[in-house]
Design a protein around this ligand. Sequence first.
Ligand code: BJW
Length: 229
Amino acid sequence: MPKYKSIVVLTGAGISAESGIRTFRASDGLWENHPIEDVATPEGYYRNPALVQTFYNQRRQQLSEVEANQAHRALADFEQSFAGEFLLVTQNVDDLHERAGSRNLIHLHGELYKVRCQDTEQAFEWKQDVTLETKCPCCNKPGNLRPHIVWFGEMPLEMERIYDALSRCDLFISIGTSGNVYPAAGFCQEALWAGAHTVELNLEPSETRDAFLEAVHGPATQVVPHYLS
Ligand code: BJW
């Protein structure tokens, strides 16, 4: 892609689907049999922290059993060979982009393999289970570690850096996201306002299809390597 100088790529659950991680909208309002508001809102967490910790313990366990796929790898290879500015923004909380070798990466919705102290906001790498008895490494209080995940109603991470990159990009590629969740669903419009070419690579047309100047529909492991080659 020699004509582009600055690329922003946004990924969503669809890029990890073929690694074996279920997408959100495919699960009918339920995530692993829990209503979304019970496990992905601060209110759900304060109501029943044990349920939420168990849910995220299961998700961490599931993540340890899957691997990055050809779409993750194609993005990482592309980043290495691209001479310009490249930012990968993922809504995914898995670490499959890192495992594939991606470098300049922002986890807008947090990370499954991190927890954070509710008092100090300090985040820690964490692969083990968390229970209500688990002591926080910084304050030593039991039950003070929450998943480092952006739940509904919470502020997504590193927004300033993302909007800055969007304002400068000349190519925006969106991969495997339904375009249902804001602010990520608005990134394509930001890129358009910056004058960028906008491309959707997804199994089907997304909610924000009208903001894309180009679209290729199909499974990520096929369309992503092909588009980036
Ligand atoms: C394939 C494939 C294959 C399948 N190959 N493709 C109106 C306007 C603006 C905001 C709001 C609004 N109303 C409500 C809000 C707020 C809310 C929101 O957007 N709600 C919507 C439901 C309407 N947003 C928030 O609360 C966010 N915070 C916020 O807005 O703060 C204020 C603020 C304002 C302005 C600026 C900045 C901040 C926080 C959102 C946090 C989202 N968190 C979650 C949960 C994480 C927990 C966890 O994982 O346990 O993040 S929600 C869930 O959805 C998860 C995902 O990252 C996110 C996006 O989903 P994604 O990735 O698009 O997945 P799917 O399943 O929807 O789609 C998959 C796609 O892949 C499909 O299209 C398939 O076809 C495709 N696919 N297989 C290629 N093989």
